[in-house]
Design a protein. Structure first.
Length: 232
């Protein structure tokens, strides 16, 4: 599905990404990306989605080297992205913006996405008037249109309560299994990551610290020292 080889992104002497090697081979799974602030998590998502060009290294998606492809081209290939800040059209109703994006990406699954994310009750409301938790789900809905094969979610639970975070991750997990999609999620809510992700990669200072299953990652001394702390 996704193969990253010796990926580097440097800004002068700053190594935002430094020799990242990572492979996601199975669909229907959620892969978490965690690490301290400044670890390179969002930068990695930017490079995979095409918003930033790597200094060196390669990104392969379903056998295609996408390093020179634009974000729009990668979207058409099946790489979709949401952002830390909710990226929706505030003055449009929920259904209007879903229809707008679907027309662009060729999605014919609007009603299924609305149903899966429980947005039917707000479908005719302007996005700026609905609750923040609903806005975050609209953001995920926009990323899901067009049946992407790789879904990149950058802090989807930012600003949500514990209950809202759990509900959102439950929705995402159900969609990933049902649609056989690969999801990569950057998230600071450690409880949600360890509770819902099948595999976790830990970054620190632009380098890959480790990748493994949740229990393995939680016990790793390097991860505890760099990010989780002794109370993990």
């Amino acid at each position: 599905m996704l193969r990253i080889e010796d990926l580097c992104l440097h800004y002068g002497n700053l190594r935002a990404l430094d020799g990242i090697d990572l492979s996601l081979s199975q669909s229907g799974r959620i892969h978490g990306i965690i690490g301290p602030n400044g670890a390179g998590k969002s930068t990695l998502m930017d490079v995979i989605s095409g918003r930033r060009r790597a200094t060196s290294g390669r990104v392969w998606f379903r056998g295609v080297d996408v390093g020179a492809r634009s974000p729009a081209e990668r979207r058409r290939l099946g790489i979709s992205r949401s952002f830390q800040r909710t990226s929706i059209f505030p003055t449009l109703t929920v259904i209007e913006q879903l229809e707008l994006v679907a027309a662009r990406v060729g999605g014919d699954d609007i009603e299924k996405v609305i149903s899966a994310l429980e947005l039917n009750r707000v479908r005719n409301e302007r996005a700026e008037t609905i609750a923040y938790g609903d806005q975050r789900r609209v953001d995920v809905a926009l990323a899901l249109l067009g049946n992407p094969r790789l879904l990149l979610l950058d802090e989807p639970a930012a600003g949500l309560s514990r209950a809202e975070t759990t509900a959102l991750f439950e929705h995402v997990a159900a969609l990933v299994r049902e649609r056989d999609v690969t999801a990569m999620i950057v998230e600071h809510d450690v409880e949600a990551v360890f509770g819902f992700c099948d595999d976790i990669t830990v970054l620190d200072l632009g380098r890959l610290l480790m990748t493994g299953e949740p229990d393995e990652v939680r016990r790793d001394p390097k991860v505890i020292a760099a990010y989780l702390g002794s109370g993990a």
